[in-house]
Design a protein around this ligand. Sequence first.
Ligand code: NAD
Length: 369
Amino acid sequence: MRLKIAILAGDGIGPEVTNEAVNILKAVAEFGGHDFTFVPLLIGGVAITATGSPLPTATLDACLECDAALMGAVGDNKFNELTPDKRPEAGLLQIRQALGGFANLRPSIAFPALAINSPLRPEITEGVNILFVRELLGGLYFGSPRAWDKAKGEAWNTMRYNKAEVTRVARVAFELARKRSKKVTSVDKANVLEVSQLWRATVTEVAKDYPDVTLEHQLVDSMAMHLMNIPRNFDVVLTENLFGDILTDESAVITGSLGMLPSATLGGTVNLYEPVHGSAPDIAGTGKANPLGTILTAAMLLRHSANLEQDAAAIESAVNKVLAAGHRTADIARGNAAGQHLVSTSEMGKLVHQALAEIIDQRQSMHAV
Ligand code: NAD
């Protein structure tokens, strides 16, 4: 398998966590005899320093020639005085738009070894593995008209979707559900909003093409409650932009740390993979950053851009194994709990590498038998 991957390390802890994820991808390439090329590109504050722009044309052009893009994070306090369109974060918004991905995937997984990190009781989080599919390019964040009429003291936004936008993201959710437990929960507010009625009717129509997948509908308010009460009931959760923004953050408490959360944005010219966290300037350069969110993001890249499901699953198992052995970066360590070993960013990366090597070794010797 040949794969050309744009590496957009960015600012703060971005380069530290990306470096560990790239090492894991290199290991997968080596073990599996794949040919992965990594193309380092500038984005965010480092790009402003080097070129004056948070997203240089050269970065975007090179990205568009790659099979996938892996991002670290952007954001640097030294640019706080710049207007929003010139700041590092503008680079992120611009690249997301330019690559055109409309389906944002965010898993919410309860890692058994981290059950204590969630404010929810372990019997509630046990076994939770939800995949959110959030529509990313439509809805309230993009709809027009929008304005703030200060003289009138009035402001308005528009939640707008058309059938084609709903259909394409629904298809992504149903396709993913086919590879998981064959269930989609679509979330809307169809008892009040016309746009949700269109959403519900369209998703129901798309479901007819997937008779092997069960579809259920939930209203967003009750869904917010169910996610905290009975998260195990859900597998693929499909929703629109605003509801997805809120529900995915709510569900982050199931995993327990920002540093553990991966994401993928599919459907554009080039799929974009990034951990959920930001550049964490408070811990940049201290070796305290948790690289697991970015390593799990690399697993998503292999799954969705290279169809290397076994390797993606092996990375996820390696992360579970390292956590089960008690290794913790500072963000996921809990007080003086017994059996924990505090490790740095690079030590965590090496531990995952080692666990991955063992898992792949076992897999290969099983095939040899
Ligand atoms: P943040 O996610 O960077 O940090 C929030 C808190 O979580 C901090 O205490 C940080 O130390 C901790 N944290 C985050 N990632 C961690 C990791 N991998 N390991 C251990 N701890 C981790 O959010 P913020 O502080 O609101 O923003 C900092 C900068 O990042 C800002 O400039 C912001 O605009 C930017 N930002 C970028 C992205 C992105 O690039 N996708 C996302 C969010 C924020």
